[in-house]
Design a protein around this ligand. Structure first.
Ligand code: ZN
Ligand code: ZN
Length: 466
């Protein structure tokens, strides 16, 4: 071997070795990986999640936060969790203001009179019983509305359209949802009489998508609603071809009740180490009023409950598992914030929330900290046979748990496929028949696997437990 060749050979060996060190994945504990396998495979035949979701959506139905229906949901959940043998089943109550939908209708009165289908947004102001009529002024985005002089808007009905795309990761919701979240405040600040937006949804049905919005500081509440997508298409065409002002009649009745009772439902799988911080798995029990809250979020509660139950059935985990059904997510994260006020300062081993429907999980993110890289890698490898791709090691997500993630608690994000989520989200079509059993089971298998990896080893029960 010449000197030159030897040097080249050394370089060829050394360079990949160096590159590998720079991006070295943590080693995988193969024995631990093998211990998880039977739990993961058995969960693919799960019935707990489907039964939970079917029973909740049938026996309780829609569960608007802070209403008698949500209270029935809490009672139902407590009974179900006790019947499934979970420990420390309880409700942590809190109070919140409750917005209640009334009659709602809209029609174009000029130049082409015809009815439109819409739904009021949460916290919309009420019109007078006879409604209001005004000229419609259209905008392509909330930014365009922001840039408009107040004189163009004052006394009129603002309309915002948009082009939300269908995506697997649901990323359109963040960007295009601004029309719902910020549009009403901006319209109010410019003196608009009311606002209607194109639904934040990707379907083609005459189902409007409701959702919460909150008027910002100093913005007087005005009537606010979302048009079904075909009705928004229609209004787009009318605005485009009309040579005279387009006028709309709008009736949106609602009322707001102060200090109504809600609560978080909590249950536990005790750990062998009583002092160990819990792994929190969560969902939200409340729903919007039009559907039965099946994909949003009865299925999420079914998935996390089934996973915890499957761990409990297998034996006793080292670390405790805490199930939380947050009581009021849809209308402003009241449940998550109440839990954070009561428990946010106590250590949690990890926190996670299932709240993006029931379609298959395709990616796992985690943020467990640099000292838990081996555990994070084991989690990725254990989920791989379910077709779940490894994602970020410095990310986690969830609505109710969002503020606690921002506080720095360690978290896991099991991303569900959102391709058809926004066809159904916050519409009357959010019902049980939209849930695919095989995909629901894949979710349970992923959550069971996650708990099996994080719970520190499950010991088989000796003889009869309990
Ligand atoms: Zn939700
Ligand atoms: Zn929702």
């Amino acid at each position: 071997m010449t000197k030159f060749l030897a040097a080249a050979f050394l370089a060829a060996v050394a360079l990949p070795a160096l590159a590998q060190t720079a991006a070295a994945p943590a080693p995988v504990d193969l024995a631990a990986l093998e211990r998880v396998r039977p739990l993961r495979e058995a969960a693919l035949t799960d019935d707990y999640a489907w039964d939970f979701t079917e029973d909740l959506t049938t026996e309780v139905g829609p569960r608007p936060a802070g209403t008698a229906a949500e209270a029935r949901g809490r009672d139902w959940a407590v009974r179900r969790l006790r019947a499934m043998d979970f420990a420390n089943v309880r409700v942590e109550p809190f109070t919140m203001p409750v917005w209640v939908r009334g009659a709602e209708s809209a029609s174009i009165t000029a130049p082409y009179p015809q009815p439109l289908v819409l739904a009021a947004l949460g916290n919309s102001a009420s019109t007078a019983p006879q409604g209001l009529e005004a000229e419609v002024v259209g905008f392509a985005s909330v930014e365009a509305l922001r840039a408009a002089p107040a004189g163009q808007v004052r006394g009129k009905i603002v309309y915002i359209t948009h082009a939300m795309p269908r995506t697997q990761d649901g990323s359109g919701y963040g960007a295009f949802g601004a029309a719902r979240r910020q549009g009403p405040t901006v319209a109010s600040q410019k003196g608009a009489a009311a606002i209607v937006i194109r639904s934040i949804g990707t379907d083609w049905h005459r189902n409007p998508h409701t959702g919460v919005q909150t008027f910002g500081e100093g913005a007087q509440p005005i009537p606010a609603a979302a048009l079904a997508n075909p009705d928004a298409d229609q209004l787009d065409r009318i605005l485009q071809r009309s040579r005279q002002p387009v006028r709309m009649r709008l009736t949106l009745l609602s009322r707001t009740l102060p200090n109504q009772a809600s609560g978080n439902v909590i249950a536990e799988v005790p750990g062998r180490d009583r002092a160990a911080p819990p792994i929190l798995v969560s969902c939200h029990l409340d729903s919007w009023d039009q559907g039965t809250g099946a994909i949003d979020d009865a299925a999420g509660c079914g998935i996390v409950t089934a996973a915890a139950k499957r761990i409990m059935d297998a034996g006793r985990p080292l670390r405790p598992i805490r199930i939380v059904f947050f009581g009021a997510e849809e209308v402003g994260l009241f449940g998550g914030l109440d839990y954070r006020a009561k428990w946010g300062k106590t250590p949690h081993y990890a926190i996670a929330e299932s709240d993006f429907g029931a379609d298959r999980i395709w990616k796992v993110d985690s943020r467990l900290g640099a000292d838990r890289a081996v555990e994070a890698r084991l989690l990725q490898k254990a989920l791989e046979p379910l077709g779940i791709a490894p994602g970020s090691l410095n990310e986690a997500n969830g609505s109710d748990i969002g503020p606690m993630l921002a506080d720095g608690l360690p978290g896991i994000g099991l991303s569900q496929d959102g391709t058809r989520y926004f066809d159904l989200h916050h519409t009357p079509d959010d019902t049980l028949d939209k849930i695919d059993k095989a995909q629901l089971r894949q979710n349970v298998a992923a959550w069971t696997t996650m708990l099996a990896v994080l719970s520190g080893g499950i010991e088989q029960p000796r003889g009869k437990r309990r």
